[in-house]
Design a protein. Structure first.
Length: 332
Protein backbone atom coordinates (compact mmCIF):
# COMPACT_ATOMS: atom_id res chain seq x y z
CA UNK A 1 0.00 0.00 0.00
CA UNK A 2 1.45 3.41 -0.89
CA UNK A 3 2.51 5.45 2.12
CA UNK A 4 0.25 8.43 1.71
CA UNK A 5 -2.87 8.75 -0.33
CA UNK A 6 -4.62 12.07 0.07
CA UNK A 7 -8.17 12.50 -1.15
CA UNK A 8 -8.24 13.67 -4.75
CA UNK A 9 -8.09 17.45 -4.84
CA UNK A 10 -10.31 19.35 -7.24
CA UNK A 11 -8.55 20.11 -10.50
CA UNK A 12 -8.02 23.87 -10.56
CA UNK A 13 -9.98 25.01 -13.55
CA UNK A 14 -11.96 27.97 -14.71
CA UNK A 15 -14.31 25.80 -16.75
CA UNK A 16 -17.89 25.46 -15.50
CA UNK A 17 -19.35 22.21 -14.24
CA UNK A 18 -20.76 20.36 -17.21
CA UNK A 19 -22.48 17.10 -17.91
CA UNK A 20 -21.82 15.57 -21.31
CA UNK A 21 -24.79 15.34 -23.62
CA UNK A 22 -24.97 14.95 -27.34
CA UNK A 23 -25.23 18.78 -27.40
CA UNK A 24 -21.82 19.37 -25.82
CA UNK A 25 -18.94 19.96 -28.26
CA UNK A 26 -17.23 16.97 -29.81
CA UNK A 27 -13.74 16.43 -28.43
CA UNK A 28 -12.78 13.40 -30.51
CA UNK A 29 -14.32 12.06 -33.69
CA UNK A 30 -13.04 8.81 -35.14
CA UNK A 31 -14.10 7.68 -38.61
CA UNK A 32 -13.33 4.29 -40.13
CA UNK A 33 -9.94 4.20 -38.41
CA UNK A 34 -7.70 1.31 -39.45
CA UNK A 35 -4.24 0.14 -38.43
CA UNK A 36 -2.55 -3.17 -39.20
CA UNK A 37 0.40 -4.87 -37.54
CA UNK A 38 1.70 -7.04 -40.39
CA UNK A 39 -1.25 -9.19 -41.38
CA UNK A 40 -3.17 -8.46 -38.18
CA UNK A 41 -5.97 -5.89 -38.45
CA UNK A 42 -5.40 -4.49 -34.96
CA UNK A 43 -7.82 -1.61 -35.56
CA UNK A 44 -10.39 -2.43 -38.20
CA UNK A 45 -12.72 0.42 -39.17
CA UNK A 46 -13.47 2.09 -35.83
CA UNK A 47 -16.05 4.88 -35.76
CA UNK A 48 -17.11 6.71 -32.59
CA UNK A 49 -17.07 10.13 -30.99
CA UNK A 50 -16.50 11.55 -27.53
CA UNK A 51 -17.95 14.79 -26.19
CA UNK A 52 -16.45 17.25 -23.73
CA UNK A 53 -17.05 16.14 -20.15
CA UNK A 54 -17.66 12.52 -21.16
CA UNK A 55 -15.88 9.36 -20.07
CA UNK A 56 -16.00 6.92 -22.99
CA UNK A 57 -14.89 3.36 -22.33
CA UNK A 58 -13.30 0.97 -24.80
CA UNK A 59 -13.96 -2.43 -23.27
CA UNK A 60 -12.18 -5.40 -24.74
CA UNK A 61 -10.08 -8.46 -23.93
CA UNK A 62 -6.33 -8.91 -24.52
CA UNK A 63 -5.50 -8.27 -28.15
CA UNK A 64 -8.76 -6.44 -28.93
CA UNK A 65 -6.83 -3.46 -30.32
CA UNK A 66 -7.23 -0.97 -27.45
CA UNK A 67 -3.56 0.05 -27.20
CA UNK A 68 -3.20 0.27 -30.97
CA UNK A 69 -6.23 2.59 -31.05
CA UNK A 70 -4.70 4.81 -28.33
CA UNK A 71 -1.33 4.79 -30.12
CA UNK A 72 -2.90 5.93 -33.40
CA UNK A 73 -5.03 8.62 -31.71
CA UNK A 74 -1.99 9.96 -29.86
CA UNK A 75 0.00 10.06 -33.15
CA UNK A 76 2.57 7.49 -31.98
CA UNK A 77 1.45 5.25 -34.86
CA UNK A 78 0.15 6.38 -38.23
CA UNK A 79 -3.27 5.16 -39.35
CA UNK A 80 -3.47 2.98 -42.44
CA UNK A 81 -6.99 4.18 -43.17
CA UNK A 82 -9.67 6.50 -41.86
CA UNK A 83 -9.32 9.66 -39.84
CA UNK A 84 -9.58 11.04 -36.32
CA UNK A 85 -9.91 14.64 -35.24
CA UNK A 86 -9.20 16.01 -31.80
CA UNK A 87 -11.00 19.33 -31.35
CA UNK A 88 -10.77 19.60 -35.12
CA UNK A 89 -7.06 18.76 -35.41
CA UNK A 90 -6.38 15.83 -37.76
CA UNK A 91 -4.10 13.02 -36.54
CA UNK A 92 -2.85 12.77 -40.12
CA UNK A 93 -2.19 16.40 -40.85
CA UNK A 94 -1.67 18.22 -37.56
CA UNK A 95 0.48 16.08 -35.27
CA UNK A 96 1.68 19.07 -33.21
CA UNK A 97 -1.87 20.39 -32.82
CA UNK A 98 -3.11 16.97 -31.67
CA UNK A 99 -0.28 16.46 -29.21
CA UNK A 100 -0.88 19.85 -27.58
CA UNK A 101 -4.51 18.93 -26.90
CA UNK A 102 -4.12 15.42 -25.53
CA UNK A 103 -2.77 13.84 -22.37
CA UNK A 104 -1.62 10.23 -22.68
CA UNK A 105 -1.38 7.66 -19.90
CA UNK A 106 0.26 4.70 -21.62
CA UNK A 107 -0.39 1.09 -20.62
CA UNK A 108 3.25 0.65 -19.70
CA UNK A 109 4.46 3.12 -17.09
CA UNK A 110 6.53 5.79 -18.75
CA UNK A 111 8.59 7.62 -16.11
CA UNK A 112 12.26 8.21 -15.36
CA UNK A 113 13.09 6.00 -12.35
CA UNK A 114 16.24 7.92 -11.44
CA UNK A 115 14.35 11.23 -11.19
CA UNK A 116 12.08 12.23 -8.32
CA UNK A 117 8.31 12.63 -8.75
CA UNK A 118 8.63 16.43 -8.92
CA UNK A 119 11.48 16.18 -11.44
CA UNK A 120 9.45 13.82 -13.65
CA UNK A 121 6.48 16.21 -13.81
CA UNK A 122 8.84 19.14 -14.39
CA UNK A 123 10.61 17.27 -17.20
CA UNK A 124 7.42 16.41 -19.06
CA UNK A 125 6.03 19.91 -18.40
CA UNK A 126 9.05 21.46 -20.14
CA UNK A 127 8.56 19.09 -23.07
CA UNK A 128 5.03 20.41 -23.42
CA UNK A 129 6.25 24.01 -23.24
CA UNK A 130 4.88 24.79 -19.76
CA UNK A 131 7.10 27.51 -18.32
CA UNK A 132 7.76 28.79 -14.80
CA UNK A 133 6.05 30.10 -12.74
CA UNK A 134 3.06 28.09 -14.08
CA UNK A 135 5.24 24.96 -14.21
CA UNK A 136 6.12 25.21 -10.48
CA UNK A 137 2.44 25.69 -9.68
CA UNK A 138 1.44 22.67 -11.80
CA UNK A 139 4.07 20.45 -10.14
CA UNK A 140 2.69 21.31 -6.69
CA UNK A 141 -0.97 20.97 -7.74
CA UNK A 142 -0.47 17.65 -9.47
CA UNK A 143 1.57 16.06 -6.68
CA UNK A 144 -1.21 17.00 -4.27
CA UNK A 145 -3.87 15.78 -6.68
CA UNK A 146 -2.37 12.28 -6.88
CA UNK A 147 -1.44 12.17 -3.19
CA UNK A 148 2.33 12.15 -3.68
CA UNK A 149 3.22 15.58 -2.28
CA UNK A 150 4.91 14.07 0.76
CA UNK A 151 7.00 11.78 -1.50
CA UNK A 152 7.81 14.46 -4.06
CA UNK A 153 11.58 14.27 -3.57
CA UNK A 154 11.87 10.45 -3.56
CA UNK A 155 13.26 8.75 -6.63
CA UNK A 156 10.49 7.09 -8.65
CA UNK A 157 12.52 3.87 -8.82
CA UNK A 158 11.58 3.15 -5.18
CA UNK A 159 7.85 3.84 -5.66
CA UNK A 160 5.21 1.09 -5.48
CA UNK A 161 3.27 0.12 -8.63
CA UNK A 162 0.22 2.13 -7.52
CA UNK A 163 2.31 5.23 -6.82
CA UNK A 164 3.93 4.99 -10.25
CA UNK A 165 0.50 4.68 -11.88
CA UNK A 166 -0.70 7.80 -10.05
CA UNK A 167 2.42 9.72 -11.04
CA UNK A 168 1.98 8.57 -14.65
CA UNK A 169 -1.48 10.16 -14.53
CA UNK A 170 -0.11 13.38 -12.97
CA UNK A 171 2.50 13.67 -15.72
CA UNK A 172 -0.16 13.35 -18.44
CA UNK A 173 -2.05 16.32 -16.98
CA UNK A 174 0.81 18.82 -16.72
CA UNK A 175 -0.26 20.85 -19.77
CA UNK A 176 -3.99 20.71 -18.89
CA UNK A 177 -5.08 18.62 -21.89
CA UNK A 178 -8.69 18.79 -23.09
CA UNK A 179 -8.73 15.10 -24.06
CA UNK A 180 -7.19 12.44 -21.86
CA UNK A 181 -6.32 9.01 -23.28
CA UNK A 182 -6.03 6.42 -20.51
CA UNK A 183 -4.80 2.95 -21.44
CA UNK A 184 -5.72 0.51 -18.65
CA UNK A 185 -4.52 2.94 -15.97
CA UNK A 186 -5.44 0.76 -12.98
CA UNK A 187 -3.75 -2.52 -13.88
CA UNK A 188 -1.75 -3.78 -10.94
CA UNK A 189 -2.84 -1.09 -8.46
CA UNK A 190 -4.37 -1.69 -5.03
CA UNK A 191 -8.09 -0.89 -4.55
CA UNK A 192 -7.34 2.33 -2.63
CA UNK A 193 -5.14 3.73 -5.41
CA UNK A 194 -7.74 2.64 -7.95
CA UNK A 195 -10.49 4.59 -6.17
CA UNK A 196 -8.15 7.57 -6.00
CA UNK A 197 -7.57 7.39 -9.76
CA UNK A 198 -11.37 7.14 -10.32
CA UNK A 199 -11.92 10.25 -8.16
CA UNK A 200 -9.41 12.18 -10.23
CA UNK A 201 -11.06 11.07 -13.47
CA UNK A 202 -14.50 12.10 -12.20
CA UNK A 203 -13.17 15.52 -11.20
CA UNK A 204 -11.56 15.99 -14.60
CA UNK A 205 -14.84 15.05 -16.25
CA UNK A 206 -16.69 17.61 -14.13
CA UNK A 207 -14.21 20.22 -15.36
CA UNK A 208 -15.13 19.39 -18.98
CA UNK A 209 -12.20 17.12 -19.92
CA UNK A 210 -13.09 14.39 -22.41
CA UNK A 211 -11.73 10.98 -21.46
CA UNK A 212 -11.10 7.84 -23.46
CA UNK A 213 -10.64 4.97 -21.04
CA UNK A 214 -9.60 1.50 -22.15
CA UNK A 215 -10.14 -1.44 -19.85
CA UNK A 216 -10.85 -5.13 -19.71
CA UNK A 217 -12.50 -4.75 -16.28
CA UNK A 218 -16.29 -4.83 -16.62
CA UNK A 219 -16.74 -3.26 -13.22
CA UNK A 220 -14.72 -0.19 -14.27
CA UNK A 221 -16.66 0.13 -17.49
CA UNK A 222 -19.96 -0.06 -15.60
CA UNK A 223 -19.04 2.36 -12.81
CA UNK A 224 -16.92 4.96 -14.53
CA UNK A 225 -17.96 5.31 -18.14
CA UNK A 226 -20.84 7.41 -19.48
CA UNK A 227 -20.80 5.46 -22.73
CA UNK A 228 -19.06 2.30 -23.82
CA UNK A 229 -17.85 0.60 -26.93
CA UNK A 230 -17.48 -3.16 -26.81
CA UNK A 231 -14.36 -3.97 -28.80
CA UNK A 232 -13.08 -7.26 -30.10
CA UNK A 233 -10.64 -8.18 -32.87
CA UNK A 234 -10.16 -4.57 -33.91
CA UNK A 235 -13.85 -3.81 -34.29
CA UNK A 236 -16.59 -2.24 -32.22
CA UNK A 237 -19.43 -4.68 -31.70
CA UNK A 238 -21.77 -2.18 -30.01
CA UNK A 239 -21.75 1.37 -28.58
CA UNK A 240 -24.00 3.11 -26.08
CA UNK A 241 -24.70 3.74 -22.43
CA UNK A 242 -24.76 0.64 -20.28
CA UNK A 243 -28.56 0.72 -20.19
CA UNK A 244 -28.82 1.27 -23.93
CA UNK A 245 -26.47 -1.62 -24.61
CA UNK A 246 -28.35 -3.96 -22.34
CA UNK A 247 -31.77 -2.87 -23.62
CA UNK A 248 -31.17 -2.87 -27.38
CA UNK A 249 -30.30 -6.55 -27.43
CA UNK A 250 -33.73 -7.34 -26.08
CA UNK A 251 -32.18 -9.32 -23.22
CA UNK A 252 -33.07 -8.24 -19.70
CA UNK A 253 -32.18 -11.31 -17.65
CA UNK A 254 -29.95 -14.35 -17.60
CA UNK A 255 -31.08 -17.78 -16.49
CA UNK A 256 -28.32 -20.14 -15.46
CA UNK A 257 -29.31 -23.81 -15.41
CA UNK A 258 -26.89 -26.23 -13.79
CA UNK A 259 -27.24 -29.99 -13.98
CA UNK A 260 -29.54 -30.14 -17.03
CA UNK A 261 -28.61 -31.76 -20.29
CA UNK A 262 -27.87 -29.00 -22.84
CA UNK A 263 -29.69 -30.78 -25.67
CA UNK A 264 -32.76 -31.12 -23.46
CA UNK A 265 -32.60 -27.42 -22.51
CA UNK A 266 -32.22 -26.38 -26.13
CA UNK A 267 -35.11 -28.51 -27.33
CA UNK A 268 -37.38 -27.13 -24.59
CA UNK A 269 -36.45 -23.46 -24.73
CA UNK A 270 -34.91 -22.57 -28.10
CA UNK A 271 -38.21 -21.64 -29.72
CA UNK A 272 -39.70 -19.86 -26.69
CA UNK A 273 -40.53 -16.24 -27.66
CA UNK A 274 -38.77 -14.79 -24.57
CA UNK A 275 -35.49 -16.63 -25.24
CA UNK A 276 -32.89 -14.71 -27.26
CA UNK A 277 -29.93 -17.04 -26.98
CA UNK A 278 -28.80 -20.27 -25.36
CA UNK A 279 -25.23 -21.36 -24.85
CA UNK A 280 -23.75 -24.13 -22.80
CA UNK A 281 -20.53 -25.30 -21.19
CA UNK A 282 -20.47 -28.79 -19.68
CA UNK A 283 -23.73 -29.27 -17.80
CA UNK A 284 -24.34 -25.52 -17.40
CA UNK A 285 -26.65 -23.69 -19.78
CA UNK A 286 -27.04 -19.93 -19.97
CA UNK A 287 -30.24 -18.50 -21.41
CA UNK A 288 -30.42 -14.82 -22.34
CA UNK A 289 -34.07 -13.86 -22.09
CA UNK A 290 -36.27 -10.80 -22.46
CA UNK A 291 -38.46 -11.77 -19.47
CA UNK A 292 -37.63 -14.62 -17.11
CA UNK A 293 -41.15 -14.61 -15.66
CA UNK A 294 -42.43 -15.81 -19.04
CA UNK A 295 -40.47 -19.06 -18.59
CA UNK A 296 -41.54 -20.02 -15.09
CA UNK A 297 -43.92 -22.77 -16.31
CA UNK A 298 -41.41 -24.56 -18.55
CA UNK A 299 -38.68 -24.15 -15.90
CA UNK A 300 -40.94 -25.77 -13.33
CA UNK A 301 -41.58 -28.68 -15.70
CA UNK A 302 -37.83 -29.09 -16.19
CA UNK A 303 -37.06 -29.26 -12.46
CA UNK A 304 -39.99 -31.62 -11.84
CA UNK A 305 -38.35 -34.22 -14.07
CA UNK A 306 -34.76 -33.34 -13.01
CA UNK A 307 -34.58 -32.63 -9.26
CA UNK A 308 -30.80 -32.02 -9.49
CA UNK A 309 -31.20 -29.01 -11.77
CA UNK A 310 -30.49 -25.66 -10.12
CA UNK A 311 -31.84 -22.39 -11.48
CA UNK A 312 -30.33 -18.94 -11.02
CA UNK A 313 -31.99 -15.83 -12.49
CA UNK A 314 -29.99 -12.59 -12.57
CA UNK A 315 -30.34 -9.26 -14.39
CA UNK A 316 -28.37 -9.16 -17.65
CA UNK A 317 -24.79 -8.03 -17.03
CA UNK A 318 -22.18 -6.47 -19.23
CA UNK A 319 -20.33 -9.79 -19.13
CA UNK A 320 -23.41 -11.60 -20.49
CA UNK A 321 -23.73 -8.99 -23.22
CA UNK A 322 -20.06 -9.30 -24.10
CA UNK A 323 -20.44 -13.06 -24.45
CA UNK A 324 -23.61 -12.56 -26.51
CA UNK A 325 -21.89 -10.14 -28.91
CA UNK A 326 -18.46 -11.72 -29.26
CA UNK A 327 -18.88 -15.33 -28.18
CA UNK A 328 -16.10 -14.75 -25.62
CA UNK A 329 -15.97 -14.49 -21.85
CA UNK A 330 -14.56 -11.21 -20.57
CA UNK A 331 -13.12 -12.07 -17.21
CA UNK A 332 -12.25 -9.53 -14.52
N1 LIG B 1 4.05 -4.16 -32.42
C1 LIG B 1 3.24 -5.12 -32.82
N2 LIG B 1 3.63 -6.00 -33.78
C2 LIG B 1 2.82 -6.98 -34.21
N3 LIG B 1 1.57 -7.18 -33.75
C3 LIG B 1 1.13 -6.35 -32.79
C4 LIG B 1 1.93 -5.28 -32.28
N4 LIG B 1 1.22 -4.62 -31.34
C5 LIG B 1 0.02 -5.24 -31.27
N5 LIG B 1 -0.03 -6.27 -32.13
C6 LIG B 1 -1.20 -7.17 -32.36
O1 LIG B 1 -2.32 -6.34 -32.63
C7 LIG B 1 -3.48 -6.82 -31.95
C8 LIG B 1 -4.01 -5.74 -31.03
O2 LIG B 1 -3.06 -5.52 -29.99
P1 LIG B 1 -3.25 -4.38 -28.90
O3 LIG B 1 -2.01 -4.33 -28.08
O4 LIG B 1 -3.68 -3.13 -29.56
O5 LIG B 1 -4.47 -4.97 -28.04
P2 LIG B 1 -5.00 -4.56 -26.59
O6 LIG B 1 -6.48 -4.55 -26.68
O7 LIG B 1 -4.33 -3.33 -26.14
O8 LIG B 1 -4.55 -5.80 -25.69
P3 LIG B 1 -4.11 -5.83 -24.12
O9 LIG B 1 -5.41 -5.87 -23.34
O10 LIG B 1 -3.38 -7.13 -24.00
O11 LIG B 1 -3.27 -4.63 -23.82
C9 LIG B 1 -3.06 -8.10 -31.26
O12 LIG B 1 -3.37 -9.17 -32.11
C10 LIG B 1 -1.55 -7.95 -31.11
O13 LIG B 1 -0.92 -9.20 -31.09
MG1 LIG C 1 -3.27 -2.85 -24.47
Amino acid sequence: MPASIAPAAEIPTTKPHRVATSDTPIALSVTQLTRRHGETKAVDGLTFEIHEGEVFGLLGPNGAGKTTTISVLSTLLKPHGGEARIFGASIREDVAGVRAKIGLVPQNISLYPSLTAAENIRFFGRMYGVKPPLLDQRVDELLELVGLDKRRDDRVGVYSGGMKRRLNLAVSLVHQPRLLLLDEPTVGVDPHSREHIFDIIRNLKRGGTAILYTTHYMEEAENLCDRLAIMDEGQIAATGTLNELLATRGCAETILLRGAHPSQVKSRFATHPDVREIDSEGDTCRLLVSRASGLLGPLQDLTKNNPNVSIQITPMSLGDLFLHLTGKELRD
